[in-house]
Design a protein around this ligand. Structure first.
Ligand SMILES: Cc1cc2nc3c(=O)[nH]c(=O)nc-3n(C[C@H](O)[C@H](O)[C@H](O)COP(=O)(O)O)c2cc1C
Length: 444
């Protein structure tokens, strides 16, 4: 990018080019070494992958008959519930007999222009399977498996630019090719009636300059974040550079909408660039981006303001954490500013080991949009959060990762698959990704 003063040429092992990655068979799918049986799953075209009817590279979503979240009644669904509850086999949906009182998480909710049929949200989850920063065909199936009619899904973090990469094989949303590659993935969610937002991020100093064309990303000169791959030097971004990053976010949001996403979520949590500005224990700037709460929120409000102008506040959500010495004061100010900008929702992540709903309570008072709770919830805790009006929606990360049909499992009180942490970020196109069984496959 011409306006960035690159320090050195990229070195090290280049990321795999294209798809399939180097070393994988170009003619057959799955690649050698991967299970040849049972893929594609039953109901999918068995000849080749991607199926021939897909557009040149990727294309149309999988056919209707493989959908697992059928709202109609059927023997398969009846059998599955029979297995769970030990009743006789009936060709109808006996889950309606099991759940006679409404489950709060499964009640409908109107989020701005979007009519949600339930409140079980799939949050953004990085999976590191986008070779060469390009979303891949296997993501079509991954997201389609988790989509339901009227369900709300948020994509894994997508980098806003070629200098905002946090780890290899994360998708981007800054080039035309990446935009094109997202389209069939978005289509697959839409074909199941899901609502799909793209999460956009910039890691700031929690990155590695090797991934970012040796561009030095640091927001300030403070000590590195614990766990950060800091390399090699910290330096403070100039205000001119900040303006470029704001523009990168704006363009990425425009690209997401052009790829077909219903909206975008800006990752302002997890100690990435925006939260690095919020956090008074990290931000040591002495200019108008450091010091007071208003100053520390300035960069976020510039980014979000630019995106709202570009695509409209009714298509913008913000993910927030609570990293600051006084999160109540910071988040109260921020929430009132985001209300003024007409932001659609706030997605609030509270770590599992800290008291829940703390932030939600004071954000609720100053934010008029939708509130999504996140952080270690199980079904019962989610139901309580909804019924006590602490949140409007609840996101379930690891549970959704391991249970593609999570809303159905909540509906029938079905058993839950356990996640396998060792495959969260494995680059495999199947293992730990699309091979978690649904109830239908488990009990078929
Ligand atoms: C494998 C994995 C990857 C994640 N990647 C992201 C991400 O890209 N962006 C983000 O905002 N949060 C990310 N998260 C956090 C989730 O969005 C969510 O807030 C968190 O998992 C909620 O806790 P839970 O898994 O106990 O439900 C990730 C979580 C997991 C488990």
């Amino acid at each position: 990018m011409s306006y960035y003063n690159q320090q050195q040429p990229p070195v090290g092992v280049p990321p795999p080019q294209g798809y399939p990655p180097e070393g994988y068979s170009k003619d057959a799918y799955p690649p050698p070494g991967y299970p040849q049986q049972g893929y594609p799953p039953q109901g999918y075209p068995q000849q080749g992958y991607p199926p021939p009817q897909y557009a040149p590279q990727y294309g149309a979503p999988p056919p209707q008959q493989q959908q697992q979240q059928s709202s109609s009644t059927g023997l398969m669904q009846g059998c599955c519930v029979v297995e769970l509850y030990g009743c006789a086999t009936f060709g109808f949906d006996i889950s309606i007999l099991v759940n006679s009182t409404p489950i709060p998480l499964l009640t409908p909710y109107k989020m701005g222009r979007f009519n949600l049929s339930h409140r079980v949200v799939m949050p953004p989850m990085t999976r590191n399977r986008s070779y060469n920063n390009t979303p891949q065909p296997h993501a079509i199936e991954y997201y389609a498996q988790r989509a339901t009619k009227g369900g709300f899904l948020i994509s894994e973090s997508a980098s806003a630019s070629d200098i905002s990469q946090g780890s290899p094989n994360m998708p981007g949303i800054w080039t035309e090719d990446q935009k094109e590659a997202w389209k069939p993935i978005v289509d697959s969610v839409h074909s199941k009636g899901g609502i799909f937002f793209c999460q956009i991020w910039h890691p700031g100093r929690i990155s590695n300059s090797r991934l970012n064309n040796w561009w030095f990303l640091w927001t300030n000169a403070a000590a590195p974040h614990d766990g950060a791959c800091v390399e090699p030097t910290l330096r403070q971004l100039s205000t001119c550079e900040l303006a470029h990053i704001v523009d990168d976010f704006r363009i990425a949001a425009r690209n997401a909408i052009e790829a077909g996403f219903d909206g975008v979520e800006i990752n302002s949590a997890n100690s990435y660039i925006i939260e690095q500005f919020f956090n008074d224990q990290v931000n040591d700037r002495s200019d108008e981006y450091g010091g007071s709460i208003e100053n520390r929120c300035r960069f976020a409000l510039e980014v979000i303001g630019a995106i709202v102008n570009e695509i409209g506040g009714d298509r913008v959500g913000i993910k927030l954490g609570k990293k600051d010495s006084n999160p109540e004061a910071l988040l109260t100010y921020l929430a009132s500013q985001l209300t003024k900008l007409g932001v659609l929702y706030l997605h609030v992540f509270e770590p599992r080991d800290e008291p829940r709903n703390n932030c939600l309570q004071f954000i609720r008072k100053s934010f008029e949009g939708t509130l999504i709770a996140s952080g270690g919830y199980n079904k019962n805790e989610g139901d309580v959060a909804i019924s006590e009006n602490c949140a409007d929606l609840v996101s379930f990360g690891r549970l959704f990762l391991a249970n593609p049909d999570l809303p159905k499992r909540f509906e029938v009180n079905g058993p839950l698959n356990k996640h396998d942490r060792s495959t969260f970020y494995k680059n495999d196109p199947i293992v730990g990704y699309t091979d978690y069984p649904s109830l239908q496959l488990e009990f078929a």
